[in-house]
Every structure is written in C-alpha cells, then in structure tokens.
Design a protein around this ligand. Structure first.
Ligand SMILES: *[C@@H]1O[C@H](CO)[C@@H](O)[C@H](O)[C@H]1NC(C)=O
Ligand SMILES: *[C@@H]1O[C@H](CO)[C@@H](O)[C@H](O)[C@H]1NC(C)=O
Ligand SMILES: *[C@@H]1O[C@H](CO)[C@@H](O)[C@H](O)[C@H]1NC(C)=O
Length: 367
C-alpha cells in the first residue's frame, strides 16, 4: 500500500519518465523514418551496372575518405597462357586507382578475388589454392574459348563464384572487340585492294563446319589463303597488310556458339574489309555490330549463291561501298587479352557485393 506522501514523492519522477518516453516515441516515429527517406534514394542510385570506375557515388566526406583508402585486390592465380602483362594497365588505361592487380600468391588471404584462366587449370585441380578460402573472397572463372575448345572436367562445379566469358549472360561479360561512336564523323577511305577474298587460318581441321563451307565456296570463287593451315605463316605485322588488301575476308569461327564472335570479325571490320561470317545467327551478330557491316553465310542457300553475290559486289562499287556506311559513325576497338578483362573483373569485385556461388558451371557452359 502507498501512502499519500510516497505518491507525492513519485509524481515528479513519473512525469519525467512520461515526458522522456513521449520524446523518445516522437524521435522514433518522425526523426528516424525521415532520415531513412533521405538515405534510401541515395542507396538505390548505387546500381552495379551504372558504376563506372571514375564515378564516385559517395555522399558524405567520411565515407569518401574510407572508399579511397580501400583498394580492391585481384590475384591472378593462373596467368593466362603464361602471358605476362602490365599489371598497372587498369590504372593507366582506365583510371582504376582502386585496383591492385597481382600475381603474387602470398597475397592469397588478402585478395578480394582470384582469377583462374580455364585453359591453365589442371584437370586434377592440383594447381588451385589449397589453403582455406577467406569467406569474402570470390573465385573468378575466366574463359574466352568456346565450349567445343574447352576441356570439361569434374570438379569445376561448386568451385567458382563468378564467370568471365564472351557470353552475354556471364557475370562479367568480355568481348573480343566492340564499336564506339566516333567523336567526329569522318568519311571512310577504302584501303587499296588487290585480292577478292582472303582467309587466314592456323588451325585447319577438315571436320570444322568452316572447312567444309570453304571447300565448297572455293569451287565457285577465287580465295587467297594464308596461315599455318596452308603452310604460309603470317606474322602479326603481315596480318593487317594482307587483310586490308582483300575486298572480303572469311570470318569463319572455329565452332558455332551463341555470342562466340571473335577478333575474326572485329579485325577485318577495323581494317576496312567486309567480313563474310560463319558462326551464330545473323540476329546474334546484329547484337554486336550493324546489320550492313557484314555478309552472313546463312543469308544464302548455298556457297554457290554466296559466290554469285560476291561477284556482283566485286563489279558494283556502289553496292560494295554500302558495307562501309557505318564506318562514318563508328570506330572498332579490339580488347587486349587478358589484362583488359582482368580490369573488368576488378571493377566487378568492387561494385557488386552480392554473395554468389556458381554451383553448376558445367551445365551452364557445356550444357
Ligand atoms: C571534408 O574533407 C575535407 C578534407 O578532408 C575537409 O577539409 C572538410 O572540412 C570536410 N568537410 C566536411 C563538411 O566535413
Ligand atoms: C550497281 O547497283 C546499283 C544499286 O542496285 C544500281 O543502281 C547500279 O545501276 C549498279 N551499277 C552497275 C554498274 O551495275
Ligand atoms: C564462393 O563459392 C564457393 C563455392 O560454391 C562458396 O563456398 C563460397 O561461399 C562463395 N563465396 C562468395 C563470397 O560468394
């Protein structure tokens, strides 16, 4: 039982408690939600696809300072084909100050990501890291070859977190080349031509679809052949001279797979030669380059029909030159293997923090 005297002693304490409680409820109801409203839109702007290496999407001073200090470390565990590269490339070419690229295996526990080139992974996985994987670290599977030319072996599943590949649906899509809009439109000048069709091939395999097509095509039209496949080695320097001196070039891929469109397309495009393509569908090519930049073998019922059409273009300058209209507006860029792709990987590690375990690489790639 409480006496009136204790009640009067309690009253100021109760009042204080009530006032404090009311104030706290007010704070929780109005102040906190409104600060979240301020915060939310800023957060939604940070969309991985939109973050370019040079943009800083940081709002406050303190976080900016923190962001600049934190580097992203990419450890290239298996150097692709053992081809050393300038590890400062990302910084010098793309201003990616935040990216530290290394091949030093002692950096294992510090690395945000590890890069593995598929061709260099041993079938028994004996050249992959043995130490426990740090929980934040992502392993990146890199492959620019098509499934027909990539070994499919046990152990590739449940191993990697991200894919770096020519496929558009890869986590880090990588291309052999791309078109960029010209700063100033410029009229295209056709290089001197003294050959009709050329083909340079190092891996001549009678079983390839491209070899069968070539053998039929050459019954109807003259094709100048070069490369190790024909016992005529072509150096890097000779390549440009040969290809630019041909009206057409056979951009025949070694295997036919969606999105598998290589430098065999982009190099002739950049050298002012019309590519005749054999590969995925026309629709697939048109995703990457303008429809009138190339001739597709699928547009003709037979190699003979294609030969007839090429003869028409040979004789009609107006028709032939239409295949270069796009050149007034676009430049062709080749990508430098493998370092440029590695820069993209570093950027991805930086901007996409999602957890991602790729459980079934084998069915994704080899089907
Ligand atoms: C932001 O940072 C700069 C340099 O670190 C400092 O001089 C400036 O006072 C900071 N501004 C605010 C609003 O904190
Ligand atoms: C070339 O083709 C164009 C367009 O089809 C045609 O108008 C022109 O007459 C042709 N020129 C020659 C020399 O055949
Ligand atoms: C990466 O993938 C492995 C294997 O699936 C998984 O155990 C690991 O938790 C993943 N880590 C991250 C950071 O996504």
């Amino acid at each position: 039982m409480t006496t009136p005297s204790t009640q009067s002693k309690l009253r100021p304490i109760l009042l204080t408690v009530l006032l404090l409680g009311g104030f706290m409820i007010f704070m929780l109801m109005y102040v906190k939600p409104s600060s979240q409203w301020l915060y939310e839109p800023v957060k939604s702007v940070v969309c991985p696809d939109q973050v370019t290496p040079t943009t800083e999407l940081v709002t406050t001073n303190t976080t900016k300072v923190q962001k600049e200090e934190k580097k992203t470390i990419l450890l290239v565990w298996l150097v692709p084909f053992g081809q050393q590269n300038d590890l400062n490339f990302c910084k010098s070419q793309f201003n990616m100050d935040y990216c530290i690229m290394t091949t030093d295996k002692n950096m294992y526990s510090k690395a945000d990501g590890l890069l593995f080139h598929h061709r260099d992974i041993r079938g028994d996985l004996s050249n992959l890291p043995k130490a426990q994987r740090p929980p934040h670290q992502k392993w990146i599977w890199m492959n620019m070859e098509s499934p027909s030319h990539s070994g499919n072996f046990n152990g590739l599943d449940d191993m990697f977190n991200l894919t770096l590949n020519y496929r558009r649906d890869a986590d880090i899509p990588a291309r052999y080349g791309y078109l960029v809009k010209k700063e100033n439109e410029k009229k295209f000048e056709l290089p001197n031509k003294n050959k009709l069709i050329c083909w340079i091939v190092s891996n001549y395999n009678p079983n390839h679809a491209r070899t069968k097509y070539f053998n039929e095509l050459r019954q109807h039209i003259e094709i100048s052949t070069f490369g190790r496949g024909f016992g005529r080695y072509v150096s890097d320097g000779d390549y440009a001279n040969i290809v630019s001196s041909c009206k057409f070039y056979l951009s025949f891929e070694n295997s036919v797979h969606t999105d598998y469109i290589t430098e065999k397309l982009y190099r002739p495009l950049s050298l002012g030669t019309v590519p005749v393509v054999l590969g995925p569908s026309r629709q697939n090519y048109e995703y990457f380059v303008p429809r009138d930049a190339f001739i597709h073998t699928n547009d003709f019922k037979s190699p003979k029909e294609l030969a007839d059409y090429l003869h028409v273009l040979e004789k009609n300058e107006t028709l032939y030159m239409r295949y270069f209209d796009w050149k007034q507006f676009y430049d062709v860029k080749g990508t430098s293997f493998w370092i440029e792709h590695a820069c993209r990987a570093c950027e991805h590690l930086r901007t996409d923090n999602r957890y991602n375990a790729f459980r079934s690489l084998r069915s994704w790639y080899w089907g």
